[in-house]
Design a protein around this ligand. Structure first.
Ligand code: UDP
Ligand code: MG
Length: 327
């Protein structure tokens, strides 16, 4: 039907950058070339842009980004006031880009995610998807550690009630409509990969190949990875709390049985020394109690942060030029 057909969209690529000085110039080249090709092929409108989000880099990234943005109006640069982390950086980019773009694709700065997959993302949007998830074909470029931790992580996430899409890591298209809906979510603890699938909307998956990082090194340290994993679980699901309650119930049943057993033993007159049993029971109870308190604490911490309603990011500077000003 003619009236249902979508217009050719304005596309913004949102690219979070944290200490990416080694690769950022190449990234800018590759991404702007790709956008130009898409414009020439009539797949996206001119006026489409690459929007970099500098996430408080401590190296020369911001300086390079400002130089790059002077060479071509296709580049726009948001610089955050500090390092807010990958999730907040892409949120900042998406929230800015939705003011100008019909569709926004978030993609890492390290060129690991195959940019040629953009064609498939756009096709899917033209066919009616509001959200398109990029899913990696395999993990051959990852080391053993990253591969096994990632696999275990997705298993755990599903087990604990978070509906993340396996092997999808924020390489994603969202339409302006979907982004406007996302803007309604005011939560401080942002876990986009878990949140976005809960929104609804017609969505789709496209597969892409992952390459080796061409320069620089992973900015996801083990501690950042663990934080993301923990946030992913506790900001999407209360199942761990239920599991504690379940555990408590089982331990209670067990302790009632033990009480009866000990009383009967005592009545029978054979009170054994029972040192080992006491030690095991008290250590186990201590361990379980502390572990449960820790999980409770994690949720209370989340509530604490939510009640503050702090801004999720602060924009320091913003560079954006209209096509027409180009001369
Ligand atoms: N990144 C960010 N803020 C951070 C950490 C990372 O904006 O605190 C960006 C980084 O510049 C890159 C993307 O997030 O564009 C993914 O990071 P990286 O490639 O280091 O992670 P990996 O691919 O190893 O999971
Ligand atoms: Mg990477």
């Amino acid at each position: 039907m003619e009236s249902n057909e979508r217009e050719i969209p304005v596309l913004y690529l949102v690219v979070p950058c944290y200490n990416e000085e080694e690769i950022i110039e190449k990234t800018a080249q590759v991404m702007s070339d790709k956008l130009r090709r898409l414009i020439n092929e009539g797949k996206i409108k001119s006026g489409s842009k690459v929007m970099f989000v500098n996430d408080g880099s401590r190296d020369n990234t911001l300086k390079l980004l400002h130089q790059i943005s002077k060479t071509d109006v296709i580049f726009s640069v948001i610089s955050l006031a500090g390092n807010y982390g990958h999730q907040s950086a892409i949120l900042a980019g998406m929230m800015m880009a939705r003011k100008y773009a019909d569709i926004v694709v978030t993609i890492d700065a390290d060129l690991q995610q195959d940019i040629e997959a953009l064609d498939k993302f756009i096709d899917s949007y033209m066919n009616g998807s509001e959200i398109v998830y990029g899913v990696r074909n395999d993990r051959h470029s990852d080391g053993f550690f990253k591969k096994s931790t990632a696999t275990a992580y997705y298993k755990l996430m599903h087990l604990l009630g978070s509906n993340v899409i396996t092997n999808h890591a924020d390489y994603r298209l969202m339409s302006q409509k979907a982004l406007n809906a996302l803007a309604e979510y005011q939560e401080t603890n942002l876990f986009l990969r878990g949140l976005i699938p809960t929104m609804g909307f017609p969505s789709d998956v496209v597969y892409f190949d992952v390459k080796e990082r061409e320069a620089g090194h992973s900015k996801y340290t083990l501690s950042k990875m663990l934080t993301l994993a923990m946030d992913g679980i506790t900001s999407m699901s209360v199942r761990p709390l239920r599991m504690i309650a379940g555990l408590g119930f089982i331990v209670s049943l067990f302790s009632i049985a033990m009480c009866i057993f000990s009383l009967v033993d005592w009545a029978g007159g054979n009170t054994v020394p029972g040192y080992t049993t006491s030690i095991i029971v008290s250590l186990m109870m201590g361990g379980i109690t502390l572990f449960s308190l820790g999980i409770l604490g994690e949720y209370i911490g989340k509530i604490y942060m939510e009640t503050k309603k702090r801004p999720r990011y602060i924009i320091d500077t913003f560079v954006w030029k209209d096509e027409k000003e180009d001369s």
